[in-house]
Design a protein around this ligand. Structure first.
Ligand SMILES: *Cc1c(COP(=O)(O)O)cnc(C)c1O
Length: 319
């Protein structure tokens, strides 16, 4: 059944906040909480699972803008396992809006369960090889194809822009005031910029934001977060709020997994009955655990955000 924008984006949400207990956390006088965005909706359906997590908040005001502009289609970019593309396809299906996913890679090798699902939900997939993908904003072939779907609303890769920041700032509604640190995994920085904006709008907050980068590289994400905030109506947020991107828990780079990370994730999941994904949330939690063990977060209340990303995991669990 087709939903309206307000059915989907103006409904009350009530994500669970759970405490994660471990003896070593007690020893460091740390209380660690997890905001479970991976289960945003009571509906136990693939479409709602697909829009759970941070992508729902990143897309909220972008979809509104697309509707205002009376765009015919929503067009975006991503890799073959992109959570952003997957969420966009699900929203397109729920709202009966045509979507186009421009995918990095060849079609034959990339029709994995994520893309198969996106296609089933009506997303039109266009494949670009790496060379074309790099030039995606100028590629003539892509322009020609996309013009068939015009007027379209363009979402950047990963969906991070000023409207995504605005949506993620609303996550502060779910975060108690007494948190010293808010931790999250960072891919493009849109969600982190949103948390920073939300804290800034909270005025006198002293909460620190720790972003765990899942990408290899030095300071480009710090710059990306700054740039995203400078495009919003709160350009001062990046100076007034205490925040930091941590670059030492990427485990070799995007989507790279080591035996150590895998082992941590398995143990964590068994012990806490919470599923993680190896690309984002496992790296964040590993980083938090390691910093606490090293005494770097002593005597604090930490809230970590479970940003979702369980597509791969649910496919695995259904086997
Ligand atoms: C997309 C995603 C992120 C990264 O969000 P950004 O706003 O790009 O930094 C983090 N966690 C999960 C599970 C994601 O799917």
């Amino acid at each position: 059944m087709v939903k309206s924008y307000s059915d989907l984006f103006e409904r009350p949400l009530n994500p669970a906040l759970v405490e994660i207990k471990e003896p070593f956390l007690d020893q460091q006088q740390v209380r660690l909480y997890c905001l479970r965005l991976e289960q945003l909706f009571p509906e136990n359906e693939a479409l709602y699972r697909a829009i759970s997590g941070n992508k729902y908040f990143k897309l909220k005001y972008n979809i509104l803008q697309a509707l205002k502009e009376q765009a015919m289609t929503l067009l975006s970019f991503g890799g073959a396992y992109s959570n952003h593309i997957y969420a966009l396809a699900a929203i397109g299906k729920l709202l009966a809006l045509p979507t186009i996913g421009v995918i990095r890679g060849e079609s034959c090798q990339s029709l994995n369960p994520v893309l198969a699902c996106a296609e089933k939900w009506g997303m039109h997939l266009i494949y670009l090889n790496r060379e074309q993908y790099r030039k995606k904003h100028s590629d003539i072939a892509l322009k020609a194809i996309a013009s068939l779907y015009a007027p379209y609303y363009l979402l950047p890769e990963g969906g991070s822009n000023a409207l995504a920041v605005k949506g993620c700032a609303e996550l502060l509604h779910f975060i108690p005031d007494n948190m010293d640190t808010i931790a999250l995994a960072v891919g493009t920085g849109g969600t982190m910029a949103g948390i920073i904006q939300g804290l800034y709008q909270h005025s006198n907050s002293t909460t620190k934001v720790l972003g765990f980068s899942v990408l290899k590289g030095d300071n480009f994400l710090t710059q990306a977060v700054r740039n995203l905030l400078s495009d919003t109506d709160t350009p001062l947020a990046s100076e007034r709020v205490n925040w930091q991107v941590i670059n030492t828990y990427h485990f070799g780079g995007y989507a790279k997994v080591t035996p150590l990370l895998r082992q941590f994730m398995d143990r964590f999941e068994q012990q806490h009955a919470l599923l993680l994904d190896p690309v984002y949330t496992a790296k964040m939690l590993y980083g938090i655990y390691d910093m606490v063990e090293k005494g770097r977060l002593k005597n604090t209340n930490i809230l970590c955000i479970h940003t979702g990303g369980l597509i791969g995991r649910t496919a695995q669990l259904m086997k």
